[in-house]
Design a binder for this molecule. Structure first.
Ligand SMILES: Nc1ncnc2c1ncn2[C@@H]1O[C@H](COP(=O)(O)OP(=O)(O)OP(=O)(O)O)[C@@H](O)[C@H]1O
Length: 306
């Protein structure tokens, strides 16, 4: 499956929760997604699970997918096994096979005694076992787990850890979010972080990367536009978290690490109404002044944009 230029905002004027997400979801892989509260992890997982659609961009090549949402709809009028049979049929299984697999997963999770209990009467932990079982019984090619371990007892967490490993061993892909940084520690094939509306690889987002970006080359963008046209102006959601200062003739000067300048330019140019870019200038590194000057030192690059 592939995400190309995917963005998601809630409401036509809402702030962008995700922007410009390009992602190849590999086959046979365990993928961890991290990020602070409210950064957009669940939003990304809903897009990956296919239960929400991007506001912009495209998702192609969707495999057979199952999803454990962050919140389970407990008010549905089913017993646990009735619900699992129903969901199994939605996943394309014949009814008796869906019931067999559902019952088996309830047994594995130590919840067989609640097979005939109505969903509304289940404890939170047992509801979560049912939520996880409905996804596992489908044996999907892509399994999306949004904090699926939360509320499970220790034994059930181990069963889910094993089930995830089995899915990947069978050639599936599991994408998960979990608040415990030790969850499946060391097993993930890829790690991503949602930050400032962007999806970054673990390497791009680590403290070392942040420090390198901050200490590395900076770019000064001089632009003209209506402050109100940038929904995220002045918030960390603006790519690269630029330093913003008034410039000459009513312009605004935005300084960002060079690694984020393209993303910031895109944000300015796609704002409504769009900003006009006056100039983009590489800022010399602060320690450059301490180095002996040479005649062939590169001059700061200054490039007015069309
Ligand atoms: N259905 C919705 N309607 C409006 N805004 C939403 C909706 N769902 C999420 N948001 C907003 O999108 C942003 C990202 O939310 P999301 O739930 O994706 O973050 P998260 O990283 O999963 O957070 P948490 O770690 O707290 O679960 C938040 O500002 C949230 O308020």
């Amino acid at each position: 499956m592939r995400l190309d230029g995917v963005g998601r905002r809630y409401g036509v004027r809402g702030p962008w929760v995700l922007r410009d997400v390009d992602l190849d979801v590999p086959a046979r892989a365990l993928v961890r997604v991290e990020g602070t509260n409210g950064s957009g992890k669940s939003t990304l997982l809903r897009l990956l699970a296919g239960i929400d659609r991007p506001s912009t961009g495209r998702i192609t090549g969707r495999p057979r997918t199952a999803y454990v949402p962050e919140r389970f709809p407990v008010s549905l009028p089913f017993t646990a096994v009735g619900y699992l049979t129903h969901l199994g049929r939605i996943h394309g299984l014949p009814g008796p096979e869906a019931t067999r697999r559902g019952t088996e997963w309830l047994e594995r999770f130590g919840a067989a005694g609640h097979a005939r209990t109505r969903l509304a009467e289940l404890s939170k932990g047992t509801s979560q076992k049912v939520a996880v079982a409905q996804a596992l019984l489908a044996e999907p090619d892509l399994l999306v787990l949004d904090e699926a371990w939360t509320g499970l007892d220790g034994g059930a967490r181990e069963v889910l850890d094993r089930a995830v490993a089995e899915r990947v061993a069978d050639g599936g892909t599991v994408v998960f979010v979990d608040h415990d940084p030790q969850r499946l520690a060391g097993a993930a094939d890829a790690r991503y972080r949602v930050a400032d509306g962007r999806l970054l690889t673990h390497e791009e987002s680590g403290p070392a990367a942040a420090a390198t970006a901050a200490a590395g080359p900076q770019v000064l963008i001089e632009a003209e536009g209506a402050a109100g046209s940038l929904p995220d102006a002045g918030t960390p959601q603006l790519p690269g978290g630029p330093e913003i200062a008034p410039g000459p003739d009513g312009t605004t000067r935005l300084t960002v690490p060079a690694a984020h300048s393209d993303a910031l330019l895109r944000a300015l140019l796609t704002a409504r109404p769009p900003w006009h870019i006056r100039s983009v200038t590489a800022v010399p590194l602060p320690h450059a002044a301490a180095l002996p000057a040479t005649d062939d030192s590169p001059a700061p690059h200054e490039a007015p944009l069309p």
